[in-house]
Each structure stands twice: as C-alpha cells, then as structure tokens.
Design a protein around this ligand. Structure first.
Ligand code: ATP
Ligand code: PRP
Ligand code: NIO
Ligand code: MG
Length: 556
C-alpha cells in the first residue's frame, strides 16, 4: 500500500488511501436509524429534491466531544445491502415507487463532506460540533446514527472528565461499570469513552482488547467468602522474589506476623481474633499473585479483621522480597477507614522498619460519584485510587445528552430554526468556529463567523457578540487563535482529510483541552458560563433572517 500524501497536516483522500474500518459495533448499519429518515428520503426523492445540497451542523451542549471516529467509520462504509433495502420496502407504504429503492441501492457517502471539531475537545452550547454537507436525502439518513454515536459517547466522556476533575490529577481512576452498564454496547462504549475522558484503566477485558485500554482489577467478596480457613491451603510454599530462598510454609509465616501485629502496643485493643477464612483467602491470593497482592478488606470488618489480615500477609510477602500492592475498601465511611488504614500502615513501617509500607495503596469503591468524591476531598482521605461503576457508566445524574442536528443551509440558502426558547434558535449559515485564548493561556471565548469572513488573528482586536442578546458584546485581542473545524471526510472532493487519531492521542488531547479551560468554567457548583459568540456580521445576518422568517402576529 502506498504512503498517503499529506497536505496541511491532513491526508489527501484518494482511491489509494487505506480503507477506514467499519464501526466498532456491527449493529451500526444504515438501518440503525429512525423510520422517518427513510420516509423523508422518499419524499425528497419524490419531489426531486434529494440531491439538493444540505449543510447540517450539530449544536453542542457543554461537553467533551466524542464519537467522531465511529461516525467517520460509519460513513466511510455506508452502503445499504439488498436485504436492508428489502426491509425498508416492507416498512414504507406500498405506494412508494420502485425507483426510490434503486436510488437507495446506489447511495454511498462519496458526495458527503464532514467537517468537525477534534474528538476529545471541550465544546460549548451553540458551537457546531460537526458540519455535514451533501445531498439532502443522504445527509438526512445520517442524522440518527450520527446523533446516536455522538450523544452517549460525549455524555460518558464528559462524565468521566468531571469525575477526573473532582478526584484530582494524581489519583488512579478505574472504571468498574460493565456489570451495571446498559447492555454490552453501553458497557464497551462506556469503557472506551471513560478512558478518553481521563480514567486510567478499566476492568472490562473486551474493551482492553478492542481499544488497548489498560486493564486493572482486584478481587470480589465472593473470593473472600469462598474460603473457610487456612487448613484449606495445601500448597503453602513461596519462592522469594529473587529466587534465592524458599518459604515452605507461607501460612505459618503470615500467622507469625499476625501475632506480632496483635502484640504491637499501638494496636492493642484495636483487634483481637481476625477472621481466619478471610486470612486464608488473602494468603491464597498472595500465593497466586505475590507481585500483585491487593486485598478487598471489608468482607467482615475493615479495621478488626481485613486490614490486620492484609498487613500480616503483606509483611510475610515483604520477608520474601515482595511488595504488597494494597487494599480495596468497598463499604462504610471511606474517608475514615482510609485514614485509619493509612495510620496502621505507617505504624507498621515505623515499628517493623519496612520502608514504603506506609504508602501501601488504598483503593476505594462503592457507589461513588462526583458528590461522594467531593465529600471525601472535603473531609480529608487517604485513598489513592477510586473504582467507579454504576454512576459513571450509566451517567446516572444525566442520562442523556441533547446534541441535535439542524439544517443550516440548502442550495447555498441559509436556513434558521426558530423557537420560543431563544437558546434553541439555530445559528444559520455555513460557519467557521474559532477559540480565542487570552494572556494567561486560558480559552476566553468561542466565536463563529460566516464562511467567507476573514478569520480572527492573533493580536488583532475583534468584536465578539452574544448571538441573541444585543447588549452583550466584548472586544477580544486573542493571544492565540484555534481554528476548531477540520475536514474529516471529504468524500470524493480533492481535499485533505484529517487522520483519525488513536484513542490514546484523543485522551491526551482531552486532558490538554481541560487544562486550558479556566477552572471556574469547570467547577461543579455554579460554574461561570463560557462565552460563545458570533461576529458582528453574523449577528446582523441571524437577526435579519429571524425577522424574515418569524410571522408577524395580528391582534384583534
Ligand atoms: N466519608 C464519606 N462521605 C460521603 N459519602 C461516603 C463516605 N464514605 C462512603 N460514602 C458513600 O456512602 C454510601 C454508603 O453506602 P451504603 O449506605 O450502601 O452503605 P455501605 O457502606 O455500602 O454498607 P454495606 O455494608 O451495606 O455495603 C456510598 O454511596 C459511599 O460511596
Ligand atoms: O459501586 P459501583 O460504583 O457500581 O462500583 C462497582 C461495584 O461493583 C462491585 O460490587 P458488586 O456488589 O457487584 O460485587 P462485589 O462487591 O462482590 O465485587 C464492586 O465491589 C463495587 O462496589
Ligand atoms: O476488579 C475489581 O475490583 C472490580 C471489578 C468490577 C467491579 N467491581 C470491582
Ligand atoms: Mg458494592
């Protein structure tokens, strides 16, 4: 295969360009759409309007934009099969003419162009995420699958980014949601987009394989409660880390350490007899994974059993040259318990001269969400890593994102969608969007301009107007100007195409973007609204079109 010619950092698309794979989920076919897209396509076709040139952008909500790669994979492979066409024929009225089905069989996305903001970018309401240009009937057929591919992806990426924002940069964030996700696609999609939004790893093996996301995991309560006592352990030997020594009875070594822990003056009265079946579970896990010993300590009693048992096994491992990884807390007051566990680890480090034991990892899980993370921060805690499932992957606090798809131009004629609710009025025309950065490196404002207006320039003052409120405007002298829209699908047009970045690159882009936003825009409570504006020229045009389209009422 020939190398692809590069133009302006993009790839010039031609027949030799490597093929783009189909969507990750094989369920994403041209039939993954609403029936009305086919009925409208028929009506366009019947009115001989199907090839009219339409321009549709998505209006963004405040969000991290995700799902673009899947959209491009979808259109790059868009083709209705004979089977699918036969099904559409069954669904539509028997009066629909045969010619329409011949037309459906012939369509692909070679006449479509897609411009979009880079995946993983932070975006704001009103600024189009994507602009799709092409024959109106084809563009219409793309609406539902595109919105489907983008809404959940962006919602869950945003949710992950919000959890990362509250947890802080230095915490390890693990996505544990597969079992509670909305079906297989909800689970796999959530794992992918949580990673994009800033999580470090997932427990979902399928997502690990499909997307190369790091996998991470501990063990469950079932593992702990499946043991009844140390007598169950028959193979008790453990080779030291450097291979030079053999401990023939690791159970005994652990029991010895447990005795020493009990006699520690600082732990006197804290715990008596620990649960021996739990100890057996921990010993077995340590024998299986001496380099990765991480124990779930809340099955019986965290401070009276789980933590001392863990420490006894950890100290025995340390004797053999290994370093225990840590504990997981999955119930109770996570702030209090993490602080108590940390104190215990630190005492052990000091009393038994085990360097680093005080820093043993503490993972917390159990119904965590932004609020609980925030509460833990306020109380003070010693958790190093959070495992988050249900609230993260189901987007419990906001189950759907309202990105929409609006027609903004047909045959070069700008179109507008009016609404009683001003915030829902669409911004007409083919536009270009720019992000303007200020002196301190933070994003100040996004501005949309008509396609033919000269773009904003660094150091040059530009008037930014609120799209609907006449009194709100500001002059901005940008220190840096970012052109937000790039061509990701030129169809057959002789244009450069942006390469689709890897998931890791998108994740890095997302992290960088979030850092460039002022924290008051990102905070959970009463965030400062980010300014989204239009040029003076576009402002005048929107209002001209608005007056033109809005009917004049008559009072009697
Ligand atoms: N210090 C804390 N501050 C605020 N919320 C916390 C704190 N510690 C834990 N939580 C949250 O409180 C909730 C406690 O859950 P729940 O009432 O089900 O009890 P539990 O600890 O899970 O008990 P169980 O032993 O029945 O599992 C969880 O959502 C958890 O994330
Ligand atoms: O609470 P979430 O944010 O959804 O995080 C995932 C949860 O899933 C597991 O519990 P589960 O009761 O399913 O199994 P386990 O405790 O036996 O592992 C895990 O222990 C967490 O509590
Ligand atoms: O590995 C874990 O600890 C895990 C995985 C999925 C769900 N809860 C916990
Ligand atoms: Mg649980």
């Amino acid at each position: 295969m020939e190398a692809t010619p590069k133009i302006n950092g993009g790839v010039k698309y031609n027949s030799r360009t490597p093929a783009i794979h189909g969507p990750t989920n094989p369920m994403v076919t041209p039939l993954l759409t609403d029936l009305y897209q086919f009925t409208m396509a028929y009506a366009y076709w019947k009115a001989d309007k199907h090839n009219d040139h339409a321009v549709n952008p998505f209006g963004g909500e405040y969000t991290v934009f995700a799902g673009l790669e899947e959209c491009i994979r979808f259109i790059a492979n868009f083709k209705l099969s004979k089977d699918e066409i036969a099904f559409v024929r069954e669904c539509l009225s028997p009066t629909c003419e045969d010619g329409f089905y011949d037309y459906l069989g012939g369509i692909d996305c070679s006449d479509v162009e897609v411009y979009a903001i880079a995946e993983g970018s932070v975006v704001f309401p009103k600024v189009p995420l994507m602009r799709i240009e092409g024959p109106v009937a084809v563009v219409q057929l793309l609406e539902t699958p595109f919105v489907n591919l983008i809404n959940f992806a962006s919602l869950v990426t945003t949710n992950a980014a919000r959890h990362r924002f509250v947890a802080g940069k230095n915490k390890l964030l693990l996505e544990f949601g597969l079992r509670r996700a909305q079906g297989p696609d909800g689970g796999v999609g959530a794992s992918k987009y949580c990673y994009m939004g800033g999580f470090d790893a997932t427990s979902n093996c399928a997502a690990g394989k499909l997307f190369g996301i790091p996998l991470h995991g501990t063990h469950s309560h079932a593992f702990v409660s499946s043991f009844t006592g140390p007598d169950e352990i028959t193979e008790k030997s453990l080779q030291s880390h450097d291979g030079s020594r053999l401990c023939t009875d690791f159970v005994h070594l652990t029991q010895m350490w447990l005795g020493k822990l009990k006699r520690l003056s600082s732990s006197e009265g804290v715990f008596g007899e620990t649960n021996q079946s739990e100890l057996a579970a921990f010993v077995s896990y340590a024998l299986a994974f001496p380099n990765n010993f991480l124990a779930l300590v809340d099955t019986y009693d965290v401070m009276r059993s789980g933590v001392p048992n863990f420490c006894a096994v950890g100290l025995a491992l340390s004797d053999m040259g290994y370093k225990a990884k840590g504990i997981r807390l999955d119930s109770g007051d996570l702030a209090y318990l993490s602080c108590e566990a940390r104190k215990f680890f630190q005492t052990i480090e000091k009393e038994f001269q085990v360097p680093g034991f005080g820093k043993t990892g503490i993972t917390a899980s159990n119904d965590l969400n932004e609020e609980t993370l925030d509460a833990l921060n306020k109380q003070g805690h010693e958790v190093d890593s959070f495992g988050i499932g249900t609230n993260l992957v189901t987007c419990f606090s906001q189950p759907a994102l309202g990105c929409v798809f609006k027609l903004v131009e047909i045959n070069n004629q700008p179109r507008i969608k009016l609404s009683e609710d001003v915030s829902k009025v669409s911004i007409p025309c083919k536009k270009r969007s720019f992000r303007l950065y200020g002196k301190e490196g933070y994003a100040l404002v996004d501005i949309m301009l008509g396609e033919n207006e000269p773009p904003p320039k660094e150091g040059q003052r530009i008037l930014c107007r609120h799209p609907f409120n006449e009194t709100k405007r500001a002059y901005v002298v940008p220190q840096r100007v970012e052109d937000l829209m790039r061509c990701y699908w030129p169809g057959n047009a002789d244009k450069a195409r942006e390469e689709l970045p890897t998931l890791k690159h998108i994740r890095e882009h997302c992290m960088k973007q979030l850092e460039q936003m002022r924290t008051d825009h990102m905070r959970r409570l009463n965030p400062t609204p980010y300014k989204v504006s239009v040029s003076a020229k576009l402002y005048e045009f929107i209002h001209f079109l608005w007056l033109n389209e809005a009917p004049v009422g008559e009072l009697q």
